[in-house]
Design a protein around this ligand. Sequence first.
Ligand code: NAG
Ligand code: NAG
Ligand code: NAG
Ligand code: NAG
Ligand code: NAG
Length: 408
Amino acid sequence: MLTTRDRWKIYKTACLMFFVAVITLTVLQRGSTYSGAQFREDSPSKQESLSEGVHHMQKKGLLPGTEGFWKASKQASATEKPRVTASRAPRTWDVTTTNCTANFNFTQMEWFGGLESNFKQFLLYRHCRYFPMTINHPEKCKGEIHLLIVVKSIITQYDRREVIRKTWGREKEANGKRIKTLFLLGAPSKEEEKANHQKLLEYEDYKYGDILQWDFMDSFFNLTLKEVHFLKWFSTYCENVHYIFKGDDDVFVSIENIVEFLDGSKIRNLFVGDVLYKAKPIRKKENKYYVPQALYNKTHYPPYAGGGGFLMDGPLARRLFGACETLDLYPIDDVFLGMCLEVLRVTPVKHNAFKTFGLVKNKSSKLNREPCFFKSMIVVHKLLPPDLMRMWKLVNSNLVCSRKVNIL
Ligand SMILES: *[C@@H]1O[C@H](CO)[C@@H](O)[C@H](O)[C@H]1NC(C)=O
Ligand SMILES: *[C@@H]1O[C@H](CO)[C@@H](O)[C@H](O)[C@H]1NC(C)=O
Ligand SMILES: *[C@@H]1O[C@H](CO)[C@@H](O)[C@H](O)[C@H]1NC(C)=O
Ligand SMILES: *[C@@H]1O[C@H](CO)[C@@H](O)[C@H](O)[C@H]1NC(C)=O
Ligand SMILES: *[C@@H]1O[C@H](CO)[C@@H](O)[C@H](O)[C@H]1NC(C)=O
């Protein structure tokens, strides 16, 4: 027979062992989390939960084909913000010199000779991954930021930047949520732009403090460089940014709708935009997006969101930086980002309020001038400064719309 005292001893020992086991397990788990690679691939179970999330969104009317349209349902809104984790990127921009010599290895390849000159140039310099910064703003991400707006721009398009600052890109704080804006630029591609425009740009930046500029030539194929430079910059300086809207400088954007959409969102790995799921590489030489077989030989691109405007969460952007680093650069920037997402096994989500591939085929369609339509959208491609200003004023006037316009 056990005495009460013996039972007490056994009980104490058991408790102690349990306690030790819990501590050991916690320590082991931490260890395996922190010693991981720069980014982790999603396990199949996470994949499942993501597709469940998509299914969930469909049911809640977040996705096309249902009536709720872009508004997230209120049931889905009792959620935590995406967890912002510490990054392993350096603390400052660590690229200070350019030493980019052409990689003539390609010239020995049989197929290289047959390429168009822009593809040749792309391949010869593809290995030059990062360049120094000519204008930086390390302080931009100080503190907690709800939404960081980043806009791809080029040095000569100051009028577009100007109107964006006055319209959808205006920095503000609403209900304690801070919204900040940045423009991403490369170096001027023409000699005559160098002298005059660079000085003007520096003045513009002195006035507004919202320009990031890197020392690579701003060309169409170098847009991918802009993408990876931004991801690296973001991973370096922006620990406490919850969401990023990234877009072109010739689009209409409703930040109000974005904020409302995010309030109702609880998706991990948020990546939403005008997604193409099975786009085919374009093989017609006269097309702007033509890609030769030698550069990409699969029949389809991975799912990707049109670069005109998309939304992602901060932690995902940091993981994308690591994922992109495992890939060779690809000349089309939004397709490249789709490739990086594929590495992470994250599927971008299509949303009908993002119209980056043009609105309707018919340019004279009434929809292009309908403010109630714009009021219900998140991104609409494409509006140049005067039209953007006009539409912005209409949408933000005492506009009465009977209901959110349903599209197509
Ligand atoms: C640039 O790199 C090449 C080869 O990587 C090297 O031979 C050369 O010395 C470097 N030049 C400078 C200025 O660092
Ligand atoms: C060119 O080829 C050589 C030999 O295969 C290789 O060592 C070198 O890294 C290549 N250069 C570049 C820039 O990839
Ligand atoms: C991209 O920029 C680099 C650095 O300015 C330049 O050497 C390269 O030729 C550019 N590539 C293309 C395809 O324009
Ligand atoms: C496609 O390209 C990859 C890598 O460049 C190569 O390994 C593969 O053999 C190519 N496939 C076809 C069908 O050409
Ligand atoms: C485009 O839309 C306008 C107005 O809705 C119409 O008059 C015109 O016929 C349409 N054009 C085409 C090519 O469909």
